[in-house]
Design a protein around this ligand. Structure first.
Ligand code: AGP
Length: 608
């Protein structure tokens, strides 16, 4: 899950490449590199670490070129070193490539190429592509690229330039996202529209096995069999301000505080005027299929898996349709049983997570109807699905997902209401689900009033080495999410558990150094969570409780309490997760962690 940007046009390439790749740094940030064609030479520079290191190295150089490619890396094959940083070259140094993805048969190809005399300089799988293109090169770059890609197994988002065919930028995609940006007398290549938004909103999403041949004035798309393809040009709906920090210290903090607006946006235009009836344009054509659904499987990874678990509870409670939540990485290789009338819901913020994409392709092969819940318009999962819903949460740039999680729950609630409507489940339609959902954005805003208290608690526990999160029912996935957030950005070892499970093992971990976050809102199993709090206290554990605002007794039973507004059980997770997001954020900042780019992580995992 690397980031790629390419440019061919009239303007100077360097500033466009640097500003673009800097916006993609959330995709991988262990090393980077750039190649440009200038004065009939390929000039290149690479560096380990952040893009800023590369900028220092090319300061005062590369200023004349109008054609170049750049890359930021998240290492899969070969450690983050200068040799393994992209771009990679052929033996002559005249072909340069940047690659996002994994070449699965690279060992076989490398051995073959080495036996033909090619000399490799890195441990990466990607370098094979440069030598493979070289082995097929006969003056026309796209022909050599196409022939090379026919030998490749695996995933790629690829950009190629060559000194021997200089007026071209070649882009190719299979499995990893790649987008072409269209300008006036210029073309861009990028892994994510955010990199080129300041230059154009006109984009073409490449599909699998497609190759774009770009000059400054022309764009031609072919497939690997050299069949020309006419592509639709899409208009990106996001504005530049959406991808700026807007005065916040970190994108994560901005995205936490954006949740009242992102939740509002998730509902916008989806309730019929002055009614609680839900209308979903993206599912309109599939109403008959959805009406006959008898089983639902939710596939996802990470935070999206946690919201999927809340979806399971909500759909089973309101629609009585059996739901299973599957880790996409396990589901895809488990030869899953898919009967008729099974719907697979794929939840993915980025819409590019490789395991989730593969999981839906597996389910599709077995006849399931695929519904996607994504945030990124034009993403692979959204385009592979039979129907879908977008979060409309705006770009989420912080690697730790926050607003996408709460919007996923809001969208799952809308889906539940929509399915209740088409299945004629009046009891759900008359329930509070719709009316209480509309109150949520304002209620989230209220929780921000307790930020000082959250910072106080963060100060107390920032040096903890471990932390336990407990919850029951709808709050169990919230405990998982709280623990995931703390792990991701503060590197404190944290575990989320169903509270009753604690007695079956984790309770052994509890002592005076173990902060225990208990999501203890007033619901039908509140009395049970109180006993779990007692069990923790009896072993000297420090309890931080998330409680419902009318609960006056709990303050006497725990070390710290953070209150959230009242709502129905199914919607509590949208509120109870907010203090956990802020707690992990402030603890991480106090520990000096890079909250937006936590070590070893990347925003969208486009390789398996
Ligand atoms: C969450 O904070 C992480 N960034 C990660 O677990 C993420 O949720 C997971 O990689 C799934 O991403 P997706 O929603 O884009 O598919």
């Amino acid at each position: 899950m690397c980031g790629i940007v390419g440019y061919i046009g009239e303007k100077k390439a360097k500033p466009i490449l640097i500003s673009g790749i800097t916006r993609l740094e959330y995709r991988g940030y262990d090393s980077s590199g750039m190649s440009i064609i200038e004065d009939e030479k390929i000039l290149s520079e690479k560096s380990v670490g952040r893009i800023s290191e590369l900028e220092k190295k090319i300061d005062g150089k590369f200023n004349e070129s109008s054609l170049g490619i750049v890359h930021t890396r998240w290492a899969t094959h070969g450690a983050p070193t200068i040799e393994n940083a992209h771009p990679h070259y052929d033996c002559s140094g005249k072909i340069a490539i940047v690659h996002n993805g994994i070449i699965e048969n690279y060992n076989y190809l490398k051995a073959k190429l080495e036996s033909d005399g090619h000399r490799f300089t890195s441990q990466t799988d990607s370098e094979v592509l440069a030598h493979l293109i070289e082995s097929h090169f006969d003056g026309v770059l796209e022909d050599a690229t196409r022939a090379a890609l026919k030998e490749v197994d695996g995933a790629y988002g690829l950009a190629v330039i060559s000194l021997d065919d200089p007026g071209k930028l070649i882009a190719a995609r299979r499995g990893s996202p790649l987008i072409v940006g269209i300008g006036n007398g210029e073309h861009f290549v990028t892994s994510d529209v955010a990199a080129i938004l300041e230059y154009t909103k006109e984009v073409v999403y490449l599909d699998d096995n497609e190759i774009a041949i770009l000059t400054k004035d022309t764009m031609k798309t072919i497939d690997v069999d050299n069949v020309e393809i006419t592509k639709r040009i899409d208009e990106v709906e996001w504005n530049l301000d959406k991808i700026e920090k807007g005065g916040y210290e970190h994108f994560m903090l901005k995205e936490i505080y954006e949740q009242p607006q992102s939740l509002q946006a998730a509902m916008l235009g989806r309730f019929e005027k002055d009614s609680d009836l839900v209308h979903l344009g993206g599912l309109k054509d599939k109403e008959d299929d959805l009406r006959s659904i008898r089983r639902i499987i939710i596939v996802a990874c990470g935070t999206s898996w946690n919201s999927g678990l809340i979806g399971e509870y909500m759909i089973e409670e309101h629609l009585s349709i059996p739901v299973e939540v599957e880790y996409a990485s396990e589901f895809r290789y488990r030869d899953p049983i898919i009967e008729a009338n099974t719907m697979v819901i794929a939840i993915s913020q980025s819409g590019e997570t490789a395991d989730t994409l593969a999981a839906i392709n597996e389910a599709k092969k077995k006849g399931a109807i695929i519904l996607s819940i994504c945030n990124v318009v034009g993403s692979s999962i959204a385009r592979e699905a039979d129907c879908g819903m977008f979060l409309h949460a705006g770009p989420e740039i912080g690697v730790a997902s926050t607003k996408a999680f709460t919007s996923q729950i809001a969208v799952l609630s809308l889906l539940t209401l929509f399915m209740a409507r088409i299945k004629g489940k009046d009891d759900v339609l008359n329930s509070e689900l719709a009316s209480r959902l509309k109150e949520i954005p304002e209620q989230v805003q209220k929780i921000f009033d307790s930020k000082d208290k959250i910072i106080e608690i963060a100060q107390l526990y920032k040096d903890s080495e471990n932390c336990l999160y407990l919850g029951r029912g709808y709050n169990y996935p919230v405990a998982l999410e709280g623990a995931l957030k703390l792990k991701e950005i503060s590197y404190i070892h944290a575990e989320g558990y169903p509270a009753a499970e604690m007695k079956h093992g984790p309770i052994a971990l509890i002592d005076k150094n173990m902060p225990v976050v208990v999501v203890a809102t007033t619901d039908r199993i509140y009395s049970k969570i109180l006993s779990n709090i007692e069990e923790v206290r009896a072993r000297g554990g420090k309890v931080i409780a998330i409680a419902s605002e009318q609960n006056n007794e709990i303050a006497n039973l725990v070390d710290h309490v953070l209150y959230i507004p009242e709502t129905i059980d199914a919607l509590v997770p949208i509120l109870s997760v907010i203090p956990l997001q802020l707690l992990s954020y402030h603890m991480a900042v106090m520990r000096g962690c890079d909250v937006d780019k936590p070590r070893n992580l990347a925003k969208s995992v486009t390789v398996e």
